[in-house]
Design a protein around this ligand. Sequence first.
Ligand code: GDP
Ligand code: MG
Length: 318
Amino acid sequence: MSSSQNYDDLLTNLLKAEEKIKAIVVSLRNGLVIASKMRDEDTHEDIIAATTSVFDIFINRVKKDFGSANEFINLMTIDQNKFLFAAAGEKAILSIVADLEASDKKLKVYGEHIANKIKSLIEYEEIDTSIPQAIHLLANARSSSFPSGNFLKKVIFLGDSQVGKSSIIKKYVENEFDNTYLPTIGMQISEKTLNMSRDCQLKFKFWEMESQQHTFSPLRARFYSDTKLAFIIFDLTRRNTFENVRKWIKIFSQNFHEHVPFILLGNKSDLPNHEVSREDIEQLQKEMKSIIFSVSAKTNENIDDAFKFAAYKIFNVI
Ligand code: GDP
Ligand code: MG
């Protein structure tokens, strides 16, 4: 599929997802427009002109305030429009123009998701231009219901050996990826803080245990205790790791008296040789009544969204 077709599909899907969006523009940092899509073709000229002038003001502010910041998302209201600007990697910026009535929350969730995909397109990576169900759920969740305060929540990682548990954590916590395999020895714990709202801060505490340890380790009870959510991971390129997901769900639920939510992640979406099809995933999703994300610890595809989804799940707003 050609890259311009990809942009077109991606922006069309965004227009479909949120009817309050009037226009979407993808531009390089110097202002050069590389893709755009309008809801109403008649307003084309107006919107482009309005976006460009706001964009210029915005980009000057970005230069002044953040230098060449490659991670920002900014929402502003000017006259009769809302403008969202989000960094799509180091090179590009996604601009969204929407009605005043559009929800900030929806614009941010969709904006962040699409900006990440544009970043991949610019780096010539393959992407799935459809917007996953989980993103629609996130966009429509009641974000106003976050409690105030600082929270520490434990999240555990389960799944067969080498599915990418450590890599996913490393990518999310340190934004780094390593192709070489370093087996997790015993238990590994790391942290990352996420701002959920102005007065709600969540510190994730991630726990990973070497797969073999699950059967005999004396540390097992400690590993499971006080868990608020689990990620259960499989490798899209190894069928047996997908078959084993049911086994992991069983092990997981045997360790709790109360209900603890889990999210399934099919990792290594960047690789070509998938042994798990979209139909297989949909089937399991129905059966488990659970969300499944296709992710890549290598390209970062859907990683941020999956963790955001986890946070919403932990606070029970999804
Ligand atoms: P764990 O045993 O589940 O913790 O798996 P690791 O995180 O140690 O990863 C196992 C191997 O898979 C390593 O060689 C990683 O570099 C590789 N890997 C992990 N995630 C990805 C991914 O998303 N894409 C690709 N191509 N390789 C990955
Ligand atoms: Mg590991």
